[in-house]
Design a protein around this ligand. Sequence first.
Ligand SMILES: [Zn+2]
Length: 267
Amino acid sequence: MRKPTRDYMKIVNAYLNMNMPFQVSIIGFVQYYDTIYPILKLENCIKGRKFDITMQTGVHGDEAIGVRVVMNFLKDFKTKWLNYYNFTIFPCVNPYGYSFNVRKNGNKQIISRFEFWNNKNIDVPELQILGKHYPERPDIFIDVHGDTGKSKWYMYERRPINKESIAKLSLKENKKIAPFIQNATIYREICEDGVIVNPEHDKSIDDGMEFLGVPYVMVLEIPIKMDARLQIEGGVKILNSILKNHLKIMLESKFNLFKKKEEKVNG
Ligand SMILES: [Zn+2]
């Protein structure tokens, strides 16, 4: 059998030993050939904040940059977010793919399928585990990917059409360090200001999260054809921007609602 390209246990150990305000747990194991891979979940130690956010990465094992970006986001974690968010983070959902630098799992299955809620059809071991641990309806779901063919950033965003785009705001404010694809057709879909808005229903996990009523579902595509240091720096910045802009939009809409009520009372 060929040797793995990367040491997944390094990731596991790094998380188990990292100093951060998250509880790390092993939520299950997958086994391919003679190797057993634990799957990790991170959650806030203290719960009960305003918004729930679910983040995952490593769906496609050949896009290891996502795993590195999320790890750096957590290494340099801004504790102010704990005042507003409950995090559930799956830092590497396809350990076999990560280890061998292949897109699929050890059964040659795609992890990004939405059958996880349709229990009858779960035959993907990673999804059997994740399906039990995905929060029911987070306020945001973020999936961090990479695109080997791109040198500029872009995102997919599923959201109610009357809501402001968090993805566009977040890319725009980081464009110096993370230039994005302005206007183009990416895999048959139209990308405007770096964002493919409400992409087609492709039965991915992201599509499924939208189906389940998650108001903001985002896929960040890290351009792998650019300087590796900038991939990480840009990725961490964009993730922080997403949180900031989401919070801003949520607090503003609450404030407007409050103002409207007040106007009604006064008028
Ligand atoms: Zn991907």
